[in-house]
Design a protein around this ligand. Structure first.
Ligand code: MG
Ligand code: MG
Ligand code: MG
Length: 318
């Protein structure tokens, strides 16, 4: 029997975990239809966050197994297509079978591959569409997880990454999942994740951290959703020192943390390293204490602006 591991990115978020589970379910159901002997196993690359835990508990779904190395495995990648965010030893995978994602394309592969991306708010949105289009039955649990992932990635439709398709899919899933008010449910999920209390500076930085290679510069961007900014001010100094240490130890050009207030719909930054890049990329004269209204998305706003800056400023490496 062939086993295919369906896996999301490092530092798993709700979309990457729920999409791995749902796509495994979808592909298993498709393979039953065609009588093929394939097994799809959802996997995660590390511990899940509080928000994801809340979603899995709510719908009674088990946490997927942890897989960090691709050696000799057949893998399907969801919610990422960037080598820096994927499994270790990805070049030693038996095969990358397919990629399903909603991030900018940053991928090359020597073989033919099924590669599907759409400019929508979450990977779960694409999977939900597949179920409906192919008329594959979605059970309540899977609908709940897909809905959770859409609400998580679009920050309950407040993120500029939100599209009409996300909203349409959420409406359909809401009924199947038997959720009476998805906005209330979305905020419940966000609050589970948002608490900064009882977390070490390292845990805060790592919670949702992604690494990028921007024109040869190693850039790390973390994002946290905050419900009460007083919590943020209380930990700011400690987190800042830890970021500086991390920049040195791991040789980053820039470490940027984005603290997003989902109710005021904007963010504050903390940086270590190339402060100049941040000022220029975001057209601000200072970083400390500046609230950037409307700045909600790492994928659509923060990362592209920095990438653009580094592409124009090649010499600025450390
Ligand atoms: Mg993700
Ligand atoms: Mg996503
Ligand atoms: Mg995300």
């Amino acid at each position: 029997m062939d086993i295919f591991y369906v896996v999301g990115h490092k530092n798993p978020d709700t979309d990457s975990v729920c999409s791995a589970i749902a796509l495994s379910d979808y592909l298993s159901k498709c393979s039953t239809k065609t009588n093929s002997d394939e097994k799809y196993e959802p996997a995660i690359q590390g511990e899940i966050n509080e928000e994801t835990k809340c979603a899995l508990n709510k719908f009674g779904v088990e946490t997927p197994l942890i897989l960090t190395d691709a050696t000799n495995k057949k893998v399907i990648l969801v919610d990422h297509n960037n080598k820096m965010q994927t499994l270790d030893n990805i070049e030693k995978a038996e095969k990358i079978v397919r990629v399903l994602d909603h991030h900018p394309i940053n991928f090359s592969y020597q073989e033919q591959i099924e590669f599907l991306t759409m400019p929508v708010g979450s990977t779960a949105t694409i999977i939900a569409q597949m179920y409906f289009k192919e008329n594959i039955n979605i059970d309540k649990k899977i609908a709940g997880l897909l809905l959770s992932a859409i609400l998580s990635d679009t920050v309950v439709f407040k993120s500029p990454t939100t599209t009409d398709i996300d909203k349409i899919m959420a409406k359909k899933l809401e009924k199947i999942a038997d959720i009476s008010n998805f906005e209330v449910f979305g905020l419940e999920l966000k609050k589970a994740k948002a608490s900064l209390k009882n977390k070490t500076p390292c845990q805060i930085i790592d919670a949702d951290f992604k690494e990028f290679n921007m024109n040869g510069c190693k850039v790390g961007i973390g994002q946290l959703e905050v419900v009460d900014f007083e919590d943020f001010y209380a930990i700011k100094e400690q987190v800042s020192s830890q970021m500086k240490k991390m920049k040195q130890d791991k040789n980053y050009t820039l470490v940027l943390l984005v603290f997003t207030d989902i109710l005021r719909e904007g963010s504050e930054f903390l940086t270590a390293g190339d402060v100049d890049a941040v000022k220029k990329a975001f057209n601000i004269s200072t970083i400390d204490g500046i609230f950037l209204k409307g700045m909600m998305s790492r994928k659509k706003q923060v990362a592209p602006l920095l990438e653009n800056y580094y592409n124009k400023n090649q010499n600025n490496k450390n």
